[in-house]
Structure formats: C-alpha cells, structure tokens
Write a protein that binds this ligand. Structure first.
Ligand SMILES: CCCCCCCC/C=C\CCCCCC(=O)SCCNC(=O)CCNC(=O)[C@H](O)C(C)(C)COP(=O)(O)OP(=O)(O)OC[C@H]1O[C@@H](n2cnc3c(N)ncnc32)[C@H](O)[C@@H]1OP(=O)(O)O
Ligand SMILES: Cc1cc2nc3c(=O)[nH]c(=O)nc-3n(C[C@H](O)[C@H](O)[C@H](O)COP(=O)(O)OP(=O)(O)OC[C@H]3O[C@@H](n4cnc5c(N)ncnc54)[C@H](O)[C@@H]3O)c2cc1C
Length: 615
C-alpha cells in the first residue's frame, strides 16, 4: 500500500531522543547481525509464491494446511540453500534467524517446525556418531517429528505407556501401543506431513523395564506416503491456534524397527541385549531442556511484535480530549494506556536478555556434559523450567493486554493480535505445563533450603538463604541493587514458608509425596515476604509514573527499534506507515461476504420471511 506516513507517527519519530538504529544493533547483538538478518528477510520475503491472494482466515482447515505445506517446502529449500552457502541461520543469540521471518510467511505455524526445530536437533544431540552420519544427510528423505505425549500422559512422562521391547532373535525393537490412552497425541507435523518420528517409549529387555528411551521409527512409505503396516496415524483436528501444524495421533501395532534405531549416544542396548546405562538419568529429556531455553527468546520476540502493533496504533488512534476544550488526544497520551504498553516493551527486553543468557549457559553446560561433567545440569534444568513457565505466562498475559489496549480493532483477525495470543498462550502448556515446571524449580529450591535450615554449607548462589535466616537483609532500597535484594528476600521467604508447611505435613504423618502435594500452592505462588514497606510502595509507584512520562516521547522509537517488517507483523493496526483505517477498509474488502452485492442467502432464507406478509 502506497501513500504518506501518518502525521502523528511522523511527529512521534521526530520526538525520539535516542538513535533507533543503535538500539536495533544492540537487540541483534551487533550491527553485522542486523545486516545479516535484513539480507535473509529480503531474500525470503521476495519469494512471490510465499504470499497469499486470499487471507488465510477465509480458507478451510484443509486448505490452510495445504497452503502452509506448500510454503513450508519452499522455505525448507531456502534453508538448505542458505546452509549450503554457510549462512548460520539457527543462532538463537538473536532473532536473526529464519524462524522470525516464518511468522510472516505462515501467519501461523510452519508444519515443519518440529522437523526443523526438534527432530534434527534431537538426533544431533542424542544419536551416536555413526547414527548421525547415517541420518543427518542433507538430502535425507525423512520428514520427522518428536513424538512423546500420549492421550493419557503429557506432564507425567514416566507414565508413558508405549513400549519398545527388544527381540534379540531378530535384533529388533517392537514398538507397541497397548491401549487407547497410549496413543501418541499432539506432535506437530505428525498428522499428514511426517514420514518418520522420534518416539519416546518404555524400553523392555527380557521383561525388565529400563524406563523412557528415544527411538527413530519410519511411519510412512517414503515414496507413496502411505502409512506403513502396523501404523495408525492421523490429524487431531482444529485447535485454538497452531492450525497449520497438523498435530497428530499415532498408534503402533507391534511395529518392528532395527535395534540400531534407538538413539545411542548416551545409552546403549548391545546385540545380546546388554543394557549400558547413561551417565545421567535425565539426558533423554535433553530436547525438552533445549526447547525450553529456546522458547524464552521466541516469547520475547512475540512480545516485541505485540508491542509494536499496539504502540503504533495507540500513536495513531485519537479518542476523547483530556481537557474538554482540547482536541481529541492520541490514546498513547493516557497514562493508563502507557502502563499497559510500556511494560510489554520492557518485558520483551528482559526476556530477550535472559533468553540469550540461558542460551549461552546451555551451550556451556552441554560442553561440560560432553566432557562427562553433569554438575551444572540440575541448576540449568531448574532455571529453564522456571523461566519457560514465567516467560510464557507473562507473554500471553501481555499480548492479551496489548490486544485489549487496541479496543475493538484489536479483536479483528487482521490486527494479528488474536493469532499472536493463540500462539503465545500455547507455550504455557506445551514443552512442560506451567505449574508442573514451577514445581520442578520448587523442588530444587527446597533442597537448598533444607541445607540452609540444617546449617549445612551452601553454594554461593544460595548464600542469600543463610542471610535470610540470619535476618541479614537490609531495609528496602529503591535502586536496582535494592530490587535484587528484595527479590532474594521474596524467594527465601517463599521457600521457607513452603518448606515449613512441608515439614509440618510430614510431622503430621503424611508421606513425602502427599505432603508435597498439600504444599504445592505455596510452592508455586508468590507470597508476601518482602522487606518492602507501605511507604516504599508509594515511592515506587510515583517513580514508576515518572518513568512512564520519560518513556512516552520515545515509545514509537522503542518499537521501531525492534525493526519488524510489515510483512512479518501482518497487522492492519501496526504497520510502519500507520495508515490504520485505510488498511482496515482494504482488508474488509477481501471478505468473501463482500463479493456479491446481495448474498444468495437473502433469496433463500431472509426474503421469504421479511416479505411474507407483502406477497
Ligand atoms: C530449535 C528451534 C525452535 C525455535 C522455535 C521455538 C518455538 C517453538 C514453537 C513450538 C514448538 C512446540 C513444541 C512442543 C513440543 C512438546 O510439547 S514435546 C512434549 C513436552 N513434554 C513435556 O515437557 C513434559 C513435561 N514433563 C517432564 O518434563 C517430566 O515429566 C518432569 C520433569 C515434570 C518430571 O519428570 P520425572 O522423570 O518424573 O522426574 P522427577 O521424579 O520429577 O525428577 C527426577 C529428577 O530429574 C530431574 N530432571 C527432570 N527433568 C530434567 C531435565 N530435563 N534435565 C535435567 N534434570 C531433569 C529433576 O530435577 C529431579 O532431580 P532430583 O531428583 O535431583 O531432584
Ligand atoms: C500446541 C501444542 C503443541 C504440542 N506439540 C507437541 C509435540 O510436538 N510433541 C509432543 O510430544 N507433545 C506436544 N504437545 C503436548 C504438550 O507437551 C502437553 O500437552 C503438555 O506437556 C501438558 O501435558 P498435558 O496435556 O498432559 O497436561 P496435564 O498434565 O493433563 O495438565 C492438566 C492440569 O493438571 C495439572 N497437573 C498435572 N500434573 C500435575 C502435578 N504433578 N502437580 C500439580 N498439577 C499438575 C496441570 O498444572 C494442569 O493444570 C503439544 C501441546 C500443544 C498444546
């Protein structure tokens, strides 16, 4: 759409007091990354076949999938070309990767997301060198997915019922789905797209269960794409979002795979059935750990999209004067509106920085694990669980806040805010449900509180538990250091309260697991523990309002610095030029209900009723 940029946005950009490009480079971790990102953006966004004539909301469930799969294979080809050209596109230090561009191309989810993101990365992390050499071929026929969750079990994966039984006479595993609740249910791309999968199953050798292991299984013929004998596979149906992801179900009827299809980097089953244990029980859960870490950055990016849309719209939208004799004001001038939006911008930066830090920590800990040192794994797991849970919950709440901040127009699909919300809120559940993950972190904290309570030595990271016990916390100070101290007090107080309840339940004769369940609200909820006083809260509130006023002239500059192209934002409300009403009218004209001046239903159903008495 050509035309002038909205006058209010022009003024906002003139008001900005910092160098927008400089912030973009900081967000991208350096100017060279910004340049690389823009090159990839240009390259991909110039592929004409990736753009829709009809907005995808008007397509049927089947058409949506077919449209998405067409695009997915164009993108896959590009990915392979870029890889061949040695362009590193999967570096999660920054959004300088092809994943962010996909948001625009699919306006939904790439059906190959799990193939690209989880299938290959799990093989790379958990298959032996020989297996990798065989499977990780650039021209592989495999389109895979990650198949873990079942109808009956998602959170409690030890309860998974699919079995992989070793048959030493044929040197094979027999994959089997013993009952309905054991059907695999949810994996992305499983419904129609994948011809292979990594399946999580209980390993049985000579009648002994060795717990969960990962197996590579072909499920469809590479040539005809028909399900192999003994495989029942299909798609699970429409969802709140993720509708192009063909999430699927899968059942095995004594399906045989070679022994060498178990992922054997960390654990092995030998030809004679000997089981060689891994160095750490939970290395099999490594893909979940990695995806949780990756998600923090992805959620930061979703927040930056929502903030860009809502802030630009709020600068363009004028409604009601503040003083009665004044013209109507930009809704961005209302302090309550600033409160809704600026927190979203800030949260995006927070999770971007934390996501990057976690990504680097993951790299470091993985390198240690390769050297046989598992020492840092529990802390990384505890942090990843907590941060994935909190970032997804915050992101979905803030995206929804941005949608509401756009009033009625935020309810339009063409604003793209409903789709961003549907995408973001799914992350609260998948890859470890919110409460379940918080309880994993609580388990870790309680362990160290027990050491503190028993006056045993604590690692440096937990020294503040001891400070709390000795009442060494300083009075609240309104400064970054003071805020960190305040958070430490909250964590220590919260952990102590939960620990005390746990102990009390145990003293009352409860078994540990039951006592844990009874304390679980305290284990997950924030509590009132703080060194902060009522006066401090009032001081903080007025400081906060001062800061809102300080940010106000830079609001549009701050979201421009996210540097998200219109083709990726896909929003009538958030485009760079701010021509909101023109875009809304243009989008409305695409509705199939506007194709005929009089819809045929009028003659069939309306007219016979409304004209009845007049005939
Ligand atoms: C890469 C490119 C992608 C980029 C794009 C990103 C966007 C992605 C978008 C969409 C993707 C959608 C993907 C969705 C995929 C899925 O959802 S796959 C399925 C995921 N499922 C889950 O996450 C299940 C959650 N449940 C669990 O993880 C486990 O059941 C549990 C951890 C809750 C409990 O496991 P359990 O075996 O029962 O352990 P416990 O007895 O509770 O604890 C035992 C000890 O093990 C430690 N531990 C647990 N997990 C880990 C781990 N991952 N790593 C290290 N350690 C672990 C735990 O702390 C206990 O330690 P202690 O005994 O010492 O206390
Ligand atoms: C969009 C989407 C994509 C997905 N993609 C994949 C995929 O590619 N591959 C795959 O294998 N899976 C996938 N999943 C499945 C996903 O990982 C699971 O849905 C998720 O792990 C939650 O498990 P659940 O559905 O069993 O929830 P449940 O565990 O049944 O949760 C229901 C409620 O019970 C509570 N609860 C459960 N256990 C406890 C406990 N111990 N203590 C306290 N409360 C508890 C939860 O907090 C929640 O409130 C996907 C899911 C979605 C929504």
């Amino acid at each position: 759409m050509g035309g002038r940029v909205n006058e209010d946005l022009i003024k906002e950009r003139r008001k900005c007091t910092f160098d927008i490009k400089e912030l973009t480079h900081i967000i991208d971790c350096g100017e060279e990354n910004t340049i690389k990102r823009k090159q990839i953006d240009n390259y991909i966004l110039n592929i004409k076949e990736l753009w829709d004539d009809v907005p995808e909301e008007y397509l049927s469930h089947k058409e949506r999938y077919e449209n998405a799969i067409k695009k997915a294979f164009i993108v896959l080809k590009v990915l392979r070309q870029l890889h061949t050209g040695n362009i590193q596109i999967t570096d999660h230090r920054t959004p300088t990767n092809v994943y962010s561009i996909q948001d625009g191309i699919f306006r939904n989810v790439n059906p190959l997301l799990i193939h690209i993101g989880l299938f290959w990365s799990t093989i790379a992390a958990q298959a032996s060198t020989e297996q990798q050499a065989e499977w990780l071929q650039p021209d592989s026929s495999m389109i895979g997915t990650y198949v873990q969750t079942e109808l009956g079990h998602g959170s409690f994966i030890r309860g998974i019922e699919t079995t992989a039984t070793y048959d030493s006479t044929t040197d094979e595993f027999i994959l089997h789905t013993p009952r309905l609740s054991a059907y695999k249910w949810w994996p992305g791309g499983l419904g129609n797209t994948a011809n292979a999968c990594l399946v999580m199953a209980q390993l049985y050798i000579n009648g002994t269960c060795h717990g969960l292991h990962i197996f590579l299984a072909q499920i469809r013929d590479f040539d005809t794409h028909k399900p192999l004998p003994g495989i029942k596979v299909g798609e699970i149906g429409p969802k709140m979002g993720f509708n192009t992801a063909d999430n699927g179900f899968l059942g095995f009827d004594n399906h045989r795979i070679p022994r060498t299809n178990m992922l054997m980097k960390n654990v092995q089953v030998l030809r004679d059935g000997t089981y060689v244990k891994p160095k750490h029980d939970k290395l099999t859960y490594g893909s979940m750990l990695l995806t949780r870490v990756t998600l923090i950055s992805d959620l930061a990016y979703q927040l930056s999209k929502a903030a860009t849309i809502a802030v630009r719209y709020s600068a363009v939208r004028r409604q009601s004067p503040i003083k009665s004799n004044e013209p109507e004001r930009q809704i961005l001038d209302f302090v309550s509106q600033q409160h809704k939006l600026f927190i979203t911008i800030a949260s995006s930066h927070v999770y971007r920085v934390v996501g990057l830090w976690m990504w680097n920590s993951h790299k470091r800990v993985t390198a240690d694990i390769h050297e046989g040192n598992m020492g840092q794994l529990p802390e990384l797991h505890a942090l990843a669980c907590c941060l994935k849970a909190i970032s997804s919950r915050d992101a979905s709440a803030l995206v929804e806040q941005c949608r509401l901040a756009c009033g009625g127009h935020g309810y339009m699909m063409a604003s793209n805010l409903p789709q961003i919300y549907a995408y973001t809120t799914a992350a609260v559940t998948y890859e470890g449900e919110y409460t379940v993950l918080l309880l994993q972190t609580a388990r870790y904290l309680v362990k160290f509180w027990r050491l503190a309570a028993e006056h045993k030595p604590l690692p440096q990271n937990f020294a503040y538990f001891e400070d709390y016990i000795k009442k060494n916390f300083e009075q609240w100070r309104n400064s970054p250091e003071g805020i960190i101290e305040g958070f430490k007090a909250i964590v220590a107080g919260k952990t102590k309260a939960a620990y005390d309840t746990l102990q009390c339940n145990l003293r009352n004769g409860r078994e540990f697991e039951e006592a844990w369940n009874m304390a679980s609200v305290q284990l997950t909820n924030a509590s009132e523990y703080s060194t902060i006083s009522r006066n401090d809260i009032e001081a903080l509130q007025s400081r906060y309002e001062e800061l809102l006023a300080l940010i106000r002239p830079n609001a549009v500059g701050l979201v421009d610095a996210f540097d998200i192209r219109d083709e990726v934002l896909c929003s009538t409300l958030g485009a760079y030029d701010g021509r909101v009403y023109e875009r809304m009218m243009e989008e409305a004209s695409k509705s199939p209900l506007n194709e005929d001046v009089v819809n045929e239903s009028f003659h069939k159903y309306i007219r016979p009723v409304t004209m009845k008495n007049k005939l």
